[in-house]
Design a protein. Structure first.
Length: 271
């Protein structure tokens, strides 16, 4: 980085922020340089879903918190993207608001185009939602009013009201995506699977953003070593065991400093 070359052209605040990030990365390359991610606890998720039952918010909240799709990906879902028998949905497009108009466009990245397995609860809710509509075309959006897509900002505002009314931790609608990803990691789901469900370009993005939610597996690792070592030691019995002679030592002080020298009293010349 050529900070020195261009520093006179930079605002002082930008220089300070940049220097802070460089210092943090040198001290700890894995130190998070972003704000703390706000997520809901599992009881809070249940509270939110119970409060939204019977309202248009229930299904969007349920799908997002059980799949981790982005808001634009959720609102762009078509019934042709959902296979209820196989219990999975495929993200093929995203709905964004540009210049005051809602527009369908390809997913955010190549990794964003993905297939996500659905839990049974979400499949049941989708079936109920579909059966409530008399006629549904294969290309019809799941969330639409007379063929008109839901407005992303209206969904966000309605969700904000729901959060305030229920008294759960204040999160944005995108926080439901963070909640899904974080709980998957805390539940021990392999990070590669979590990354694929999230639609991240690679696993390093998942690790970089959600490293704080990955539980330490040190205890499991130590238990695994103890298990195989005990099993193999137990096999070393009878003729298989080897008797090792004691290895006595004597200590000799050095002129300059005390140095412990290990000298074999027997058999050293033959080693």
């Amino acid at each position: 980085m050529f900070i020195g070359r261009y520093r006179k052209h930079w605002p002082m605040q930008l220089m300070q922020e940049c220097c802070l990030k460089i210092r943090q990365s040198r001290q700890n390359p894995l130190a998070p340089l972003r704000k703390e991610i706000a997520i809901l606890s599992k009881p809070e998720i249940a509270t939110l879903l119970r409060a939204s039952e019977g309202t248009p918010l229930y299904l969007p909240v349920l799908i997002t918190v059980t799949t981790g799709v982005r808001r634009g990906e959720l609102l762009a879902l078509r019934w042709s993207d959902i296979d209820l028998k196989a219990a999975r949905l495929t993200v093929n497009q995203s709905l964004e608001r540009l210049a005051g108009k809602t527009t369908l466009k390809p997913p955010k990245t190549s990794g964003s185009h993905r297939t996500i397995t659905l839990p049974a609860l979400t499949v049941e809710a989708l079936r109920d939602h579909r059966s409530a509509k008399p006629r549904i075309g294969a290309g019809e959006l799941v969330f639409s009013h007379d063929g008109i897509p839901w407005d992303p900002d209206s969904l966000t505002k309605a969700f904000d009201r729901l959060v305030r009314e229920t008294g759960v931790r204040r999160i944005t609608f995108h926080g439901l995506r963070h909640t899904h990803i974080s709980h998957q990691l805390m539940d021990g789901v392999h990070v590669k699977v979590v990354s694929e469900r999230a639609g991240h370009a690679n696993v390093s993005i998942t690790l970089g953003v959600y490293a704080a939610f990955i539980p330490t597996l040190q205890e499991d690792a130590a238990a695994g070593v103890d298990k195989w070592l005990r099993e193999n030691l137990a096999e070393q019995v009878g003729d298989k065991s080897v008797t090792i002679r004691p290895f006595p030592t004597k200590f000799r002080p050095s002129r300059n400093r005390q140095v412990v020298e290990i000298v074999a009293e027997a058999g050293l010349a033959q080693w």
